[in-house]
Design a protein around this ligand. Sequence first.
Ligand code: ADP
Length: 219
Amino acid sequence: MLELKDITAGYDRRAPAVRGAHLTLRPGESLGLLGPSGCGKSTLARVAALLHRPDRGSVTLDGRTVTGFSHRAPRSLRTAIGVVFQQPRLSADPRLRLHDLIAEPLRATGRRAEVDARLAELAPKVGLVGDLLGRRPHEVSDGQLQRACLARALVLRPRWLVCDEMTAMLDASTTAALVGVVEEYRAEAGAGLLAVGHDPVLLERWCDRTTHWAEIVKD
Ligand code: ADP
């Protein structure tokens, strides 16, 4: 289970971006979270991905109450969650070739030996073929870079995925391809998904259930 209870979070304690949010996700379930721009979805997604410490409330992941966030989160919890953001250029290190961008989490967790096999398996799945893996972010399109960011999010085989407006900047065919990759992975790994977005048509088609921001916050 991924449980967010009574989460208040933001960037200024006097005016939090999220107030009293509740969310529960069962293993293997996909939940679409809808809401208008600026309501606090990304902030809550970052809390769910253990990247942002809430000011109040608790996050429980697979029965463990999370006490450290961001670099203080225990590795075993951090690696249980894969995250994809809206803007790949803000999340991808511009110096890394796509191959290294995808492989970095394996190297960082001492699993270098798995790099070649995992890359050979993942790259075609996300549609990165030919010389694309050898290029740097400025040499590929937004869609190609997002494909690499998705592969990076999947490389450690996470039990949970958080996709924050993953396809908002992409065309329809790339959107369909990336949603297909996520769903194929979930079917194979039984991973749960929190997909954040503003497009009800996409999220209702993609997820087991959808909820609106107004339903998960107190005020
Ligand atoms: P959404 O994802 O629903 O668009 P966000 O969580 O990105 O909403 O933003 C919620 C509020 O927090 C907004 O008012 C936004 O301006 C503010 N905000 C987001 N990120 C930051 C930040 N890094 N520093 C300060 N304020 C921020």
